[in-house]
Ligand binder design. Structure first.
Ligand SMILES: [Zn+2]
Length: 388
C-alpha cells in the first residue's frame, strides 16, 4: 500500500491541534509493523522517514536504501491495511551548496521519488554566513540550495504523479548547534525572512524545522549518565509559529530530537498545532536493543562489544564519559555492520519488539493528540476530490 501525498497530511491537519508523528525506522524489524498497528488502532496519520545519513544509495549507516525502506513500509502498510501515512526523506543535507553536491542531492531525491517517497526535507541549515548583513545575506546559501532542490522535486514529482502535492520540509537554524552562550536558537525574524525568500521563488514548504534547544539522539550528563530531553524552548517555538502566522504563511513547525522527552511534557506543554510534525528516531532503536538484550543476550553482547571496541577512542575524544554513553551515541553504526543478523532474528524476539513498539507508539500518539487524525485526512481528500 503506497504512501499518501505528503501535502495532504500537512494541509489536512494544519491547525487541528495535533502533531503528526514521524518515525525514523533505522531498524525495520518488528518496529515497522508495531508502528503501523498502533497507527491503525489510534487511527492516527503518521510518517515513516530516514535521513540521508541513515539511508541513501550506499545504504547509509542503517544498510537501507530508499528502495528497501520503501518496500518495507509499503509491504507492512498492506499487511496491516492502514493507508494514512507518508514516506519522507528526512534531513536531505546540503552542507557545501556547491554545484557538484547539489547534483548529488538531486540524484538522491530522484531515487526517492522513483521509489515512492511522498515527502521531502531539505536541510541546508549548515549553510550560514556569519559575516552576512541581515537575515537574507546570512541565509543566502541556504535559500539558494533549498530553492534548487525544491524546484527539482516539483519537476520530478509532477512527472511521476501529475501533481505537486508532495510534503516539503525546510530547515533554518542547525539543530543542536551550540555557541559560547549555549544553544543557538532560530529567531522569528529568521523564520520570516527565510520563508518569504522561498515563497518569492514560488517554493512553498508546509513545514519548517528550527533550532529550538533540542538535540538529536540520546543525551548524557557530565558523568555519562543518560538524562531526559527537557531543553526544548517552548516560548521561542511559539514565537516562531506566531511570526509565520503573522505573515499569513501556511507553514508550521517540525520538532526534531524528541527522544528522551517525557510524554507528559509533550502532552501538556508542547504547542500542538504550532508544531505539526514531531520526529522520533533514536527511541525506536533504543527499544529494539533493549528487547534484544533481554531475549538474545549473546547477540546483544557481541554488538555492544563491537561498538565499544570500535568507537571508544573517538567517543572519548568527543567527551563521552561512560560505556553507556558510547553505546547510546555510537550504537547506531552497528545497524549496517550487523544488518544480516538483525534482519534474521528469531520470530519470538521480533514479535516482542513489535508488541513493545505498538504499546509505546500508542502512548506517543496520545501525547501528540493524534488519535483520530487519519479520519481528518480522509475527509480532506474526499472534499478536494468532490470539488474536482
Ligand atoms: Zn532531525
Amino acid at each position: 500500500m503506497k504512501p499518501m501525498h505528503g501535502a495532504y497530511l500537512f494541509k489536512a491537519l494544519k491547525d487541528k491541534g495535533c502533531i503528526i508523528m514521524a518515525c525514523n525506522t533505522r531498524i525495520c524489524v518488528g518496529i515497522m509493523k508495531g508502528l503501523f498497528r498502533a497507527a491503525k488502532e489510534a487511527d492516527a496519520a503518521f510518517i515513516i522517514e530516514l535521513a540521508k545519513s541513515e539511508c541513501n544509495a550506499d545504504g547509509g549507516y542503517t544498510g537501507l536504501t530508499p528502495k528497501t525502506l520503501s518496500e518495507h513500509a509499503c509491504k507492512t502498510a498492506s499487511e496491516v491495511e492502514f493507508e494514512v501515512w507518508g514516506l519522507h526523506a528526512d534531513h536531505t543535507a546540503v552542507k557545501k551548496g556547491s554545484e557538484e553536491e547539489l547534483e548529488e542531492v538531486k540524484k538522491l531525491l530522484t531515487s526517492c521519488i522513483d521509489t515512492g517517497y511522498s515527502s521531502f526535507a531539505i536541510d541546508a541549515s549548515h549553510l550560514f554566513n556569519f559575516e552576512g548583513n541581515g537575515v537574507e545575506e546570512e541565509l543566502a546559501d541556504n535559500i539558494r540550495s533549498t530553492i534548487v532542490c525544491g524546484e527539482h522535486i516539483k519537476q520530478k514529482y509532477n512527472e511521476k504523479h501529475g501533481n505537486s502535492e508532495f510534503g516539503f520540509e525546510v530547515e533554518v537554524g542547525e539543530i543542536g548547534r551550540k555557541g559560547n552562550e549555549g544553544m543557538i536558537l532560530t529567531s522569528p525574524e529568521e523564520a520570516d525572512g527565510y520563508i518569504k525568500a522561498l515563497n518569492n521563488a514560488e517554493v512553498y514548504p508546509q513545514v519548517l524545522a528550527i533550532a529550538n534547544g533540542s538535540t538529536h539522539g540520546n543525551i548524557y550528563d557530565d558523568n555519562g549518565k543518560l538524562i531526559e530531553q527537557i531543553n526544548i524552548d517552548i516560548e521561542q517555538t511559539k514565537s516562531v509559529a506566531q511570526a509565520l502566522r503573522n505573515m499569513n504563511s501556511e507553514v508550521r513547525i517540525a520538532q526534531h530530537g524528541i527522544t528522551g522527552t517525557p510524554l507528559n511534557i509533550i502532552k501538556k506543554e508542547f504547542p500542538h498545532g504550532d508544531i505539526i510534525k514531531g520526529n522520533v528516531g533514536t527511541f525506536w532503536q533504543n527499544l529494539f536493543w533493549n528487547v534484544v538484550k533481554e531475549k538474545n543476550p549473546e547477540f546483544f553482547n557481541k554488538v555492544h562489544k563491537w561498538v565499544i571496541d570500535t568507537y571508544s577512542e573517538k567517543a572519548k575524544e568527543k567527551g563521552a564519559k561512560s560505556d553507556d554513553e558510547i553505546w547510546g551515541k555510537f550504537g547506531k553504526f552497528a545497524t549496517k555492520q550487523f544488518f544480516d543478523e538483525i534482519y534474521a532474528l528469531d520470530s519470538e524476539t521480533v514479535k516482542k519488539i513489535e508488541d513493545k513498539t505498538y504499546e509505546e507508539a500508542l502512548k506517543f500518539f496520545d501525547a501528540f493528540k493524534a488519535n483520530g487524525s487519519a479520519q481528518i485526512v480522509r475527509d480532506y481528500i474526499k472534499k478536494i476530490n468532490d470539488e474536482d
